[in-house]
Design a protein around this ligand. Sequence first.
Ligand SMILES: [Zn+2]
Length: 555
Amino acid sequence: MKNIFSIIVVFLILSSCGAQNTTTEINKKTSDLESNGRPKLVVGIVVDQMRYDYLTRFASQYGDGGFNRMIDEGFNCKNNHFNYVPTYTGPGHASVYTGTTPKNHGIIGNNWYDKEIKEMVYCASDADVNSVGTEDKAGKMSPHRLQTTTFADENRLFTQGQGKTIGIALKDRGAILPAGHTANAAYWFHGKDQGRWISSSHYMEELPKWVLDFNTSTQAESYLKEWNTYYDISTYIESGVDENTFEGGFKGKDKATFPYDLKALSKDNRGYDILKATPYGNSLTTDFALAAIKAENLGQDQITDILAVSYSATDYVGHNFGVNSKEIEDTYIRLDKDLERLFQYLDTTVGKGEYTVFLTADHGAVDVPSYLHSLKVPAGYVDNKDRKAMFNAFLNATYGTDSIVENISNDQVFINRDKVKELGLKLSDVQETIAMEQLSYLNVAKVYTATTMSTTSFYEGIEALLQNGFNQKRSGDVLLVNDTSFISYGKTGSTHGSGLNYDTHVPLLFFGKGIKHGETYDKTVIPDIAATMSALLGISFPNGATGQPLGFVID
Ligand SMILES: [Zn+2]
């Protein structure tokens, strides 16, 4: 009896030890997945069309809680560049979050000519999904053309879907491409007469209650008010005079000068869409981001969530008024206040030092060429009509038909492969002939063929940038580079897309948990961002990432 009893006691002790061990192991595993020094929330901020010098030119107008807080507490990469062409919004957002370039992630433009279906396609459009939150097709969007993962996707995989991802921007592509394939939600703003935040069936079947509540509130409408300068306009000495010939302005107002009565002007400027081209578009984005943090409990447990916010209004203002306008200065002064509001909210809801933020841009912008020209800087406008007429005449004379070229878009020529075969020609010869012809045109500075891009490795200069933007399946047959500061655009306002410093040099700031304080002039490139965030989180790099983690920013 005694012996049997002893055996049972020993057995019980052993089995309870076993149970304890198992429990401890589970606890340990959970804690590995949870904290391990990771931030509770990562907030990625992309400011659309933010040139690096907006950080320095307007510095004295910024307060302590926005851009300057990131600089004072965090890490400032002062020589950060895009390392590919073309520098547009779709490729920009995709590259920041995938850690690679259009060569690998496949977003080669905002719109591009699809060689297979022989039609222009939009980077985020998707006929196979439905709009959520609106009746029209503004919600038929998804990241299906993005061919690699974002670091937000990798965080979803790593946390077994427990870490949330939410993308927010006025522009659909600014919300969708950063959030990636596995996001819980991406929301974008539908203007016109609706003025509401929408999504698509890629993410959900219907909008959550907090979004419906936001949409039925008067938040968007409250911004249809007067837009005047935040401070006295006489203190805006960092920008040109308010009235000049280089700005577009709004329909229904003769001069592009302050103040703007947005309520009255909204009638001739697509209703709520007018907000996109004012700093209030960014304020509305901030309001919505704060509502998302609250309702979705972002950063409220130990498993990292990711909030991708893109501020799109800065791009619309830049396109309309240009780099040197009072309007752009005011827009950045007000964005600085919105950032301060966002960071303060994160301090109170997630906790100071518990979240990590990075801020960058999706591309820069050139000074208005007509303004540069007035200052005797070589700059101007490409005459596409003239070029096209000469090119068609050349094609007819050389090949007996101009249908040998299917499409010209994003400074790329797409050749009709069937026609080349039909005429018994060699594709690389046709590419070469067309390239040389284009090079003879006014303001075409450089030309490269797809064959060259596919057979030679470039490591520096515009050739390397073109190559990083060149996707064999999607890109054109001949790549054109225009003269510096020559753009295909109207004579007012500004645009972007080139591989020159005004388009490639953008801010890169990190601050918060796990980030050192400091600054560098060492060159960093956009794909380094996703690699850095992956390293900080200890997760897999996005599957196509080519960037390197910036070890010097990580604490
Ligand atoms: Zn733009």
